[in-house]
Design a protein around this ligand. Structure first.
Ligand SMILES: C[S@@+](CC[C@H](N)C(=O)[O-])C[C@H]1O[C@@H](n2cnc3c(N)ncnc32)[C@H](O)[C@@H]1O
Length: 309
């Protein structure tokens, strides 16, 4: 039928990731954000015939798709439904001490974004959800209808870097007093009506930043990133590498700071790598991607998590 998995999500900066991660046979690699399995498939190909890939995603539906795609690699793939913040526990349970490479390709996948039922997007109307992990009790609907105006303002300002956070929070609270805000389309219209007219004519839709903020809050994205990075760095064997692709400045700041300040790492990307013009043309969603990578140098971390007290 000509179906390609990359239609579900085109892996971003795949060539650059492969170059930096440099997968080899016999290596153990962790893809912390499996998604549709695009990067994972390439890592498995490059580490033939016996590289092992641990694929983690907190979205069960991603694991289903990736599981199907990666079936042909058999025992070389282990799929884990979990938050990568739990990387330590995950590797302990698999009785794996150290790994050769870790990849994080942050944010949401096209599969998640384009499915109205998941409620991530204001482009397609759907219930306000935004949970990557559907076991999470906190939905966007709860956030929008139950948090105080002050909390909303803080979240929208901090996680959305939105200059009109105050107006937007106020409008949300006044509208929800009339009737609960239940869909992504409704919320987008409320936001649009809260910002001044000039902000409605900008390059990006006026709801973009607020949607980003609520998504980050619902999924605790920044806390997870901090925890996940810390464990990943501890688990790299000397010479092992970590690659992180981020899509907005809040994430990138954390990645940059963490890689730079880890004494056991040598940063491989002085400046973050960006997708080529050609890639952006082919896949406009890659536009804001930044790729940073580092290599574990110190033999102090040689024993994985047991060492280093
Ligand atoms: C941008 S997509 C990854 C796409 C993938 N690299 C590919 O080539 O298809 C990000 C994925 O990471 C997952 N994710 C985001 N944060 C996560 C976390 N803290 N723990 C586990 N999975 C996470 C999302 O559910 C989503 O499926």
């Amino acid at each position: 039928m000509g179906f390609s998995y990359d239609e579900l999500h085109i892996p971003v900066m795949a060539e650059e990731v492969l170059k930096l991660l440099n997968p080899r046979s016999g290596g153990i690699y962790v893809d912390c954000t499996l998604g549709a399995g695009g990067h994972a498939e390439r890592i498995l190909e490059a580490s033939k015939p016996d590289g092992l890939l641990i694929g983690i995603d907190m979205d069960e539906s991603a694991l289903k798709v990736a599981g199907e795609r990666l079936k042909r690699f058999g025992e070389r793939v282990k799929l884990i439904h979990a938050n990568f913040a739990e990387l330590d526990r995950i590797l302990d349970e698999l009785e794996i001490g150290e790994v050769d490479g870790v990849l994080m390709d942050l944010g949401v996948s096209w599969m998640q974004l384009s499915d109205p039922e998941r409620g991530f997007s204001f482009q397609v109307d759907g219930p306000l959800d935004m949970r990557m992990d559907r076991r999470n009790p906190v939905t966007a609907m709860k956030v929008v209808n139950e948090l105080s105006e002050e909390e909303l303002r803080r979240i929208i300002r901090e996680y959305g870097e939105e200059r009109y956070a105050g107006r937007i929070a106020r409008k949300i609270v006044s509208m929800r007093e009339i009737a609960p805000i239940t869909t992504t389309g409704q919320l987008a219209r409320v936001i649009e009506s809260a910002v001044p007219p000039k902000a409605r004519r900008g390059r990006i839709h006026p709801a973009t930043r607020t949607f980003q903020a609520i998504r980050i809050y619902v999924n605790r994205e920044l806390e997870n990133l901090e925890r996940g990075l810390k464990s990943a760095i501890e688990r790299l064997r000397p010479g092992g590498r970590i690659c992180v692709i981020s899509f907005h400045s809040l994430e990138d700041r954390i990645v940059k700071r963490t890689l730079k300040s880890s004494p056991e790492l040598k940063v491989l990307t002085k400046k973050p790598l960006r997708p080529s013009e050609e890639e952006i043309k082919r896949n406009p969603r890659s536009r804001s991607a930044k790729l940073r990578a580092a290599e574990a140098t110190s033999t102090d971390s040689g024993g994985g998590k047991e060492v280093g007290g």
